[in-house]
Design a protein around this ligand. Structure first.
Ligand code: MN
Length: 339
């Protein structure tokens, strides 16, 4: 029987215990819809164990045949705090990751946490995380206190990412406090709906704000089959082009882009299967962007490894596409050594 292809899962959550402790302290001081929601999770012993005891998950990986976790700090991560504490916790998170990778170099790779609250400190931490700790990329849990990365004050982060050729995983968090109202009922603020709504908003802000014209080699990874954006690209192009043709860019406060919105997806974006376990969206992403831009992910511990692996192993893909999606794209993008 042929060997099953190597399986690298690319959006796997962890948290240093120091982060959990600081978040619980914060949630006692600042009462928001998000902090109430998260405090429920962070008071569950099992969840804290899964997030903080990094070696614990290896049993589950072995049981279901996941070869490697690309680890990233769970949302909102260090972005929940003021700049100084967020920056300190990013250093702790990245040192924790590097130590875990040192213990299990064939089982773990890692995305560096950074605190955009202090963009210059974040840029320095990117340099340290990539060059000294040899981490594989960066994770940013969407907005930071309601501010999005299209704001040029955050662009030192992009300069550092591009200089280090480090991809940024734009991972979800709860919608900002300023707009969480309509999301706060029926459990809709989290992964059920709010996460994807906020992260797709963030990615579209970056495109329309000209981020990829300023940083043509910036690499962004979106989870959840591209946070629904693949389905929406034709409409972004259509409306952008329509407004452009009618001379409406300036009155609407829009930027003249160098390319159509969808075209940045062909050069600057990758997407993962995290939390999405049905064939048609996978096929749609592959049809839209080709097999080089899609990667497998579970979203441990929030999704079930068994279910995600069964979905991936049974997906109706040819052998070459299966190889790319299960591991080869992740190896190339995140500079993970092939076995
Ligand atoms: Mn996730």
């Amino acid at each position: 029987m042929p060997m099953e292809p190597r399986l690298i899962a690319t959006e796997e959550a962890f948290a240093p215990i120091e982060y959990i402790a600081e978040y619980l302290k914060l949630s006692e001081r600042i009462d928001t819809a998000a902090s109430r929601y998260l405090a429920i999770y962070y008071r569950k012993q099992e969840m804290v164990h899964q997030l903080t005891e990094l070696d614990f998950r290896i049993d589950e990986m072995d049981r279901f045949g996941v070869d490697m976790h690309l680890l990233g700090i769970t949302g909102p991560g260090v972005q929940a705090f003021e700049a100084k504490l967020g920056t300190e916790l990013a250093v702790i998170a990245n040192d924790t990751l590097a130590a875990a990778i040192g213990r299990h170099p064939t089982r773990f790779a890692g995305l560096a946490a950074v605190a955009p609250q202090d963009p210059h400190a974040a840029a320095r931490e990117i340099d340290r995380a990539i060059n000294t700790l040899k981490l594989n990329g960066i994770i940013i849990n969407s907005h930071t206190h309601g501010e999005y990365l299209d704001d040029p004050k955050f662009w030192p982060i992009f300069e550092a990412a591009v200089a280090n050729d480090a991809p940024i995983y734009l991972h979800p968090t709860f919608p900002a406090d300023s707009m969480i109202g309509p999301y706060s009922h029926y459990g809709m603020m989290g992964a059920l709906w709010g996460f994807g709504a906020d992260t797709s908003l963030h990615a579209v802000r970056m495109i329309m704000g000209g981020v990829f014209d300023a940083f043509p080699t910036l690499k962004i990874v979106l989870g959840h089959m591209g946070e629904a954006l693949p389905f929406w690209l034709g409409r972004l192009d259509n409306r952008y082009h329509n407004i452009l043709r009618r001379g409406g860019l300036e009155p609407l406060g829009m930027k003249q882009l160098q390319r159509l919105p969808s075209e940045y997806f062909a050069t600057n974006f990758w997407m993962t299967t995290s939390g999405m376990m049905t064939d048609p969206p996978l096929q749609f992403c592959l049809d839209m962007f080709g097999p080089e831009r899609v990667m497998f992910a579970v979203d441990y511990p929030y999704e079930q490894t068994a279910e995600a692996v069964a979905f991936m192993r049974n997906a109706p893909l040819d052998a070459a596409t299966m190889r790319l999606v299960t591991h080869a794209n992740a190896e190339a993008l995140f500079r993970i050594s092939p076995v």
